[in-house]
Design a protein around this ligand. Structure first.
Ligand SMILES: CCCCCCCC/C=C\C=C\CC(=O)SCCNC(=O)CCNC(=O)[C@H](O)C(C)(C)COP(=O)(O)OP(=O)(O)OC[C@H]1O[C@@H](n2cnc3c(N)ncnc32)[C@H](O)[C@@H]1OP(=O)(O)O
Length: 719
């Protein structure tokens, strides 16, 4: 809807009304068309101002309409009619002008923004391009390089940057609508010939071909297979080389390809999934909207290894006072220096002052007596964590929330060591904790809704995609990852190389394949986890029972490399070789290839040809199948939770939506059939057997992902 009023005698004021972000839904577009016509035909009205209600100009097209039968007036003619008007139209931009919202503003003759407003064309993040003239007008207004930057990244700019770039004509600290009305009164009756952006020639750019070639190469490299950034470059190129009308034709053509693409569906799914995970619920009925978080002003971190340091930085940057505790003096000194460095570098990047004074350091756990929340980040060892939790219970004031950063251990067991298990939750960060955007909030069987709400709110304040998950070994992310890693090792045994497996996964869109990732995180880390699970004994890796452990297939390849001191990047040898410890450039290592050949010969394994498709099916479908088990077990409340975890924490390519969305796209029947096929070929790998839930979904005709909840509910009610 759009409301129309006449203000100051001569100005038609149009207010977009569609909370929460005044998205351009069909009724809003219809409202704009009607009210613009009304203003233009009223002889008393000399100029027009368009604004949005509640201090928000417009969040763009209504994303919920995509994929439905869209009705109502289309955006392009609506914006053309505004630009062609014979009375000045001024956009009063408060809050946000994004996507179609900014395109609407670019159709206006003038733009006035509040100093706190943000503007941008984020369509690329939804798998689209600015196809209501944005890709054609913006380059004409601000030049090709700046437009390319904004359109291919989708980044938001501040009002100050928008003014500097020439996107807006004026910035105000005062009431934007008042300023726009005053402005409109002043320009009423003036010629609009020089104010219609579509009539501007694109600013000349030396060596246009070289510029586009260079940008296209960079965009293709960073897009990891996403098609929208490439289409965005092509659309801007059309703006730079074609007359406006032909450029619009090209924009439309490119949008037609994107609009119905699987990638756009995936990216739009991710947009809503990211918001859906905030509406968490627990199997006992506790939920986000009935659980009140506690205030957290002061927090403590116990253990200042890599994770503890990152968590300390993340908390301090959120504005909390932090007490960082490390019992070893040398480690404490090193941590202090490292944390200060991280804070200083982060502050420099963001152009703010570092918040070093928010952190105090101590070797004594007694120092945490008055904090509201503690995050334990000591070594991943149950006995050690238990000791820390007992100490914390004795030291902390009543009501302090005790959180563990364990990546796999039993949260219930830790909670049982405290007199108040309802105050215990997992806060599983991902390394580096001040950078990675994911937080798994793990509720135990006795965690209170209040404790979960507090951890979720803190995660949100830290800027993390926070997902509430149940307690099981590895929670959601690592539980699924384990099978992905195992399948990759099995593929090596069967004839693949690390390069082949990584190549397939990187082509799929992961930033790095499984073996490069393993070199980065350290083969010693994986070895320690397997040892903790009782899978590793000295000498066992080469013995008779090497390839069967705990009654099922096991690959000792990682253990054998570990025994050779090949820990990955840190020792400059792992699945690849590196020029020096810490170097990121992975080079093939002939030693690894001979080692694999000898290993196969020793175990009577005959190498066969393995192609990219098999790598993807084995690694990804095994993980997806575990995702279905996780849903069945109620560890994740819905497929969105799993997908957000994988996109934000494990480098799953966002344009493929996450593992569960990907399964839906591939077709559940196909995933099930392939799993059955691989299980038949590898009966000693029980987890390749399709899960009950997957079978049930296929039997119910493979319903779309947003309706899986019904099938899961039915499954639970039958248990
Ligand atoms: C064959 C060819 C056919 C061609 C047809 C072409 C037709 C299309 C033509 C033009 C297309 C234009 C493209 C666009 O405009 S795409 C949309 C561009 N806009 C965006 O990407 C903005 C997305 N939103 C955000 O970034 C944020 O929501 C923000 C606006 C910054 C607000 O953030 P915050 O304050 O943190 O609040 P939330 O993110 O939680 O959002 C609050 C609720 O509002 C819902 N929302 C937000 N934006 C939209 C939107 N554009 N459409 C619909 N709904 C939106 C959001 O989902 C939250 O609700 P909920 O929690 O229920 O999910």
């Amino acid at each position: 809807m759009a409301q129309y009023t006449r203000v100051s005698g001569f100005v038609g004021l149009i207010t977009l009304q569609n909370p929460p972000v005044n998205a351009l839904s069909a009724p809003v577009r219809q409202g704009i068309v009607d009210t613009v016509q009304r203003a233009l035909s009223d002889p008393e009205v000399k100029s027009v101002v368009i604004c949005g209600q509640n201090g928000i100009f417009c969040g763009g097209a209504d994303i919920k309409e995509f994929g439905t039968d869209m009705f109502g007036p289309p955006l392009i003619p609506m914006i053309h009619a505004i630009e062609a008007a014979n009375k000045p139209v001024v956009a009063a931009i408060e809050g946000i002008a994004l996507g179609g919202g900014l395109e609407l503003a670019l159709g206006c003759h003038y733009r006035i923004a509040h100093s706190k407003a943000r503007l941008g064309l984020p369509e690329v993040t939804l798998g689209l391009l600015p196809a209501a003239g944005g890709s054609q007008r913006l380059p004409r207004l601000i030049g090709v390089p700046a437009a390319l930057n904004l359109i291919t990244t989708g980044r938001h700019v501040t009002a100050a940057e928008a003014l500097q770039l020439g996107i807006v004509d004026q910035v105000t600290d005062h009431n934007t609508v008042d300023a726009a009305v005053k402005f409109a009164l002043r320009v009423g009756g003036q010629s609009l010939d020089a104010r219609r952006i579509s009539t501007y020639p694109c600013p000349q750019q030396p060596d246009l071909d070289a510029l586009f070639e260079d940008v296209m190469q960079k965009v293709r490299q960073s897009a990891r297979g996403a098609i929208a950034p490439v289409a965005c470059v092509q659309a801007v190129r059309a703006a730079a080389t074609l007359p406006y009308t032909q450029g619009m034709e090209r924009e439309k053509e490119l949008m037609a390809t994107l609009f119905t693409s699987g990638q756009a569906r995936a990216l739009q799914y991710c947009f809503f999934a990211q918001r859906a995970v905030g509406r968490w619920k627990m199997p006992n009925g506790a939920r986000w909207d009935t659980s009140k978080p506690r205030p957290v002003h002061k927090a403590a971190v116990i253990g200042l290894g890599t994770m503890g340091r990152g968590i300390t930085v993340a908390l301090a940057q959120t504005g909390l006072s932090v007490i960082a505790v490390e019992s070893q003096e040398k480690q404490l000194m090193e941590a202090k220096q490292a944390v200060s460095g991280m804070l200083e570098r982060g502050a420099k990047r963001r152009g703010v002052a570092p918040v070093l004074d928010r952190i105090s350091y101590s070797q004594d756990i007694q120092a945490v007596a008055d904090v509201d929340l503690v995050i334990e980040a000591v070594f991943e060892d149950m006995a050690l964590k238990t000791k820390v939790f007992r100490q914390l219970s004795a030291v902390c004031k009543p009501g302090t929330l005790l959180c563990t950063n364990t990546s796999a251990l039993d949260v219930d067991q830790l909670a049982s060591e405290t007199p108040n298990p309802e105050l215990v939750v997992g806060m599983h960060f991902f390394a580096p904790a001040h950078v990675m955007k994911l937080l798994e909030v793990v509720y135990g069987s006795r965690s209170s809704p209040e404790a979960v709400a507090t951890a979720m709110q803190l995660g949100k304040k830290m800027g993390k995609a926070s997902v509430a998950v149940g307690n099981c070994r590895g929670f959601v992310g690592n539980r699924m990852l384990k099978l992905y890693l195992e399948q990759a090792s099995f593929l090596l045994e069967e004839g693949a190389t690390p390069e082949l497996v990584d190549g397939a996964l990187e082509e799929f869109g992961f930033p790095m394949g499984v073996f490069r990732m393993s070199d980065l995180s350290g083969l010693d880390v994986g070895w320690r986890i397997r040892k903790g699970e009782g899978l590793v004994e000295p000498g066992m890796a080469s013995g008779q029972s090497a390839r069967i452990r705990q009654g099922r297939r096991y690959s000792p390849l990682g253990d054998l490399l570990y025994e050779q001191g090949r820990f990955g990047l840190k020792t400059s040898r792992g699945w690849y070789q590196y020029d020096k410890p810490g170097s990121r450039v992975a080079r093939s290592d002939p030693w690894v290839h001979s080692f694999l050949e000898e290993y196969r010969a020793r175990h009577g394994l005959v190498a066969r040809n393995i192609d990219h498709q098999e790598v993807l099916e084995r690694c990804l479908y095994a993980m997806i199948n575990e995702g279905f088990h996780i849903l069945e077990d109620g560890i994740a409340a819905g497929p969105e939770d799993i997908d957000v975890i994988y996109v934000f924490g494990f480098g799953w390519p966002r344009h493929r939506g996450g593992p569960m969305f990907y399964a839906d796209m591939v077709g559940l029947a196909k995933v099930m059939e392939k799993l059955e096929h691989y299980h038949q070929a590898h009966p000693d790998v029980p987890y390749l057997q399709p899960s009950n839930l997957l079978r049930k979904l296929v039997a119910s005709g493979s319903p779309p992902i947003h309706t899986w909840g019904e099938v899961i509910k039915k499954l639970h009610s039958q248990l």
